[in-house]
Design a protein. Structure first.
Length: 138
């Protein structure tokens, strides 16, 4: 496993489990669900890893801005990734929940028409879903 590139965030107690979670997210080239993080943690840990623990760690990391949480499938599933301050979108397969990264942002050239002109737009969420190649059986 490669070393954690980011500095340990201030105001967060450094624990082995939290370190492991960050390392797993750092080494992954795609966003991971809490279950996937949990499974990977169990491989390297002698102690049992509880999913509820992972959720608590993720909640903390999201609150501190270290990790980005993306809700998929109308909040049924959430995936996490290290906040690289880059802007990305994903499409998710409604059958197997496979995640496919979008190369572009469809909102890039989109100018929102807001009733309140003084409203400051800071970001957007986009939900793209469909059926992946493996699940497309016809
Ligand atoms: Zn699929
Ligand atoms: Zn976008």
């Amino acid at each position: 496993m490669k070393e954690i590139q980011i500095n340990w965030p201030a105001g967060i107690k450094r624990t082995k489990q939290r370190e492991n979670v960050l390392t797993i997210l750092e080494s992954s080239d795609k966003p991971l669900s809490a279950t996937e993080i949990c499974t990977q943690m169990e491989k390297t840990s002698d102690e049992p890893v509880w999913l509820s623990t992972i959720y608590r760690i993720m909640e903390l990391f999201v609150k501190k801005g270290i990790v980005i949480k993306t809700n998929m499938m109308s909040n049924e599933m959430a995936v996490y990734e290290i906040n690289q301050f880059k802007h990305k979108h994903y499409a998710v397969c409604i059958n197997c929940h496979k995640i496919i990264t979008l190369d572009n942002c469809p909102m890039e050239k989109f100018i929102p028409k807001l009733e309140d002109e003084n409203f400051h737009v800071m970001g957007h969420n986009l939900e793209i879903f469909g059926v992946c190649k493996d699940c497309d059986q016809h």
